[in-house]
Each structure stands twice: as C-alpha cells, then as structure tokens.
Write a protein that binds this ligand. Structure first.
Ligand SMILES: [Zn+2]
Length: 174
C-alpha cells in the first residue's frame, strides 16, 4: 500500500467525456498566458525571475511547494509537445534536463529526480521535476506527485534556499 490515502478506497465511475475539450491557458479562447507576461516583464516587475533561462527555455520555481526542489521547465514559446518542438528545443532538451537533474541532486538527501510531462495546463511545452526524498519509498514512481499534493507546505526559507542553489548550479554551467 503506497497510496497517500487510508483504506477503504471506493472506485468511482469516470464522468462523461468532454468533447470538444476546453482550451488550455494561452490557447485561443483560454485564459491569457501568465508565463508569457512574466517572461516579458519580470525585469521591470516585482516578480521573481526564472531560476535560469536561455533563448529556448525558462526554468521556473513552483508555487505551493511541499518538497523543496520541485521546479518546472517551459519552452519560452507556445509549442504543444515533443511532436512540434522546434529543432533548437528538441536538440537542447536532453542536455538541459540533465543539467537540471544534476542541479536538483546537488541539494542532497534526494534519491531520484522524477520528470513528468503532462501538458494539460499551459500552451507552453513544459515538464515538471519532482525530487523524491531519500528513503521515501512510499513515494516511488507515480506515487510521488500524489504524496506531494497532500504533504504540508515546506518552510518558505527551505524552498527559497533550494531554488537559490538550483539557480546557482544552472548559472555555473552556462
Ligand atoms: Zn505563453
């Protein structure tokens, strides 16, 4: 039993399918794209800058973090998925992900870094990085985001410290 819930769990029937699906954030008819606004304006606004950025990618801090070191990587433009990534994104993706993984592992006390690509939220191609705390065996595989969703918020200073260290590691690799 690795689920973050107590038994008995009751299987529910899936609701009816919603077709056509509603637009995602940043798509025509959807909510305006906050990421585009942020990337265009963070230098003159109060918002935190990305943890790291180059011409293709922006590494972003997460909100409502329960495990320090959770971050997400987004394409700077609107690209739907791997299938339509421009060549520069496609060829740099692997090396960039490796750098981020090394930066997160450098925080210490982390068994593995899980990379999740869901793609239902934003018009930007994006992947999530979830560090699994060392020894947290109940959170192996797909259980990690379920546990992360239910854990108490991490202390703000711990989250900020992890973000700072990841940003520093990424900057050192530029
Ligand atoms: Zn956008």
């Amino acid at each position: 039993m690795t689920l973050p819930y107590a038994e008995p769990l009751i299987r529910r029937d899936p609701p009816p399918r919603v077709i056509p699906e509603p637009p995602r954030v940043g798509e025509p008819g959807g909510d305006p794209c906050g990421l585009c606004d942020w990337l265009a304006s963070f230098e003159k606004s109060e918002h935190r800058p990305p943890l790291w950025m180059d011409d293709n990618w922006a590494l972003c801090p997460a909100k409502d973090v329960t495990i320090p070191g959770v971050v997400w990587l987004a394409s700077r433009g609107h690209h739907d998925s791997f299938a339509d990534l421009p060549a520069a994104h496609a060829t740099s993706y692997g090396p960039v992900v490796a750098r981020i993984e090394r930066a997160i592992l450098g925080l210490g006390g982390i068994a593995r870094v899980h990379v999740y690509r869901w793609g239902d939220g934003s018009a930007h191609f994006h992947v999530w990085f979830y560090p699994r705390p060392l020894g947290m065996l109940e959170a192996r595989r797909e259980m990690l985001p379920l546990w992360a969703d239910l854990m108490p918020p991490a202390p703000e200073e711990d989250v900020a410290d992890a973000d700072r260290k990841i940003a520093a590691a990424m900057a050192a690799g530029d």
